[in-house]
Design a protein. Structure first.
Length: 196
C-alpha cells in the first residue's frame, strides 16, 4: 500500500501547514469513508459509507455503497450526482457546485482563496485545522480537517443549519495512480437527467 509519507522539515508543523502541504503535494488520493450526519439538535440522523477518490484539480468521486447506492463525480467541468434507486442523474458546473465546499477543500487547488485557515487543539489523536469559508452566504459554516501525521483522517462539516457531518477516512492512500475514467460519468440509458 502506497501510504502517504511526507518528510517533515524538523520543526513541528501545525495542522494548517499540514493541510496546505496536503493540498499542494497530494495530487491524487483514495480512501474508504464512513459519514455520520447529525441534526442540529444532536439527534443522530444518518450513517453512510463508501469510497472516495480525487485527482487535482476538481476531479473527485464519492461512491456511496451503504445504505443505498449514490455516486457523486466531478470531471473537472461538471459535478454529477447519480441516484441508482431513482435512476436519476443531475449535474451542475464545477464552479457553481464547489465554491467553499468540503469537496473544494479536498480536491480543489485554491485553499487560501476560498477559506480562512486556523489551527485547532489536538483531539482524538488527530491534529486539526479549521477552514472557515470566506463566502458568508454559502451552505457551510465551518470545516474541520483532522490529520494523523500527514494522512487525511477526518473532515467535520457544520452546515448553515447547524447540522454536523463527520467523514472518517480509513486506508487513505495518497499520490496513487488513478484511471482517468474514474472521474467521468455518462448517465445510464433511460436515466432521468437534470442539468442545472
Amino acid at each position: 500500500m502506497a501510504a502517504l509519507l511526507l518528510v517533515s522539515s524538523g520543526a513541528h508543523a501545525d495542522a494548517v501547514d499540514t493541510l496546505r502541504e496536503f493540498v499542494r503535494d497530494v495530487k491524487t488520493g483514495r480512501a474508504d469513508f464512513t459519514q455520520v450526519v447529525t441534526a442540529g439538535d444532536g439527534a443522530r440522523k444518518k450513517t453512510s459509507s463508501g469510497q472516495f477518490e480525487f485527482q487535482r484539480p476538481n476531479r473527485f468521486r464519492f461512491a456511496y455503497t451503504k445504505p443505498f447506492e449514490q455516486l457523486i463525480v466531478a470531471d473537472g467541468s461538471k459535478v454529477w450526482i447519480f441516484d441508482a434507486d431513482l435512476n436519476q442523474a443531475s449535474s451542475r458546473r464545477v464552479a457553481q457546485a464547489l465554491g467553499s465546499t468540503p469537496a473544494a477543500l479536498l480536491a480543489g487547488g485554491s485553499l487560501d482563496n476560498e477559506f480562512v485557515l486556523s489551527a485547532l487543539p489536538a483531539r482524538d489523536g488527530l491534529e486539526w485545522a479549521l477552514a472557515t469559508p470566506k463566502a458568508k452566504d454559502g451552505p457551510f459554516q465551518a470545516l474541520r480537517v483532522g490529520f494523523k501525521g500527514k494522512a487525511l483522517s477526518s473532515v467535520e462539516i457544520t452546515d448553515s443549519f447547524g447540522q454536523l457531518s463527520v467523514l472518517a477516512f480509513s486506508r487513505f492512500e495518497g499520490n496513487v495512480a488513478l484511471d482517468a475514467e474514474r472521474f467521468r460519468f455518462t448517465p445510464p440509458a433511460g436515466a432521468d437527467v437534470i442539468e442545472q
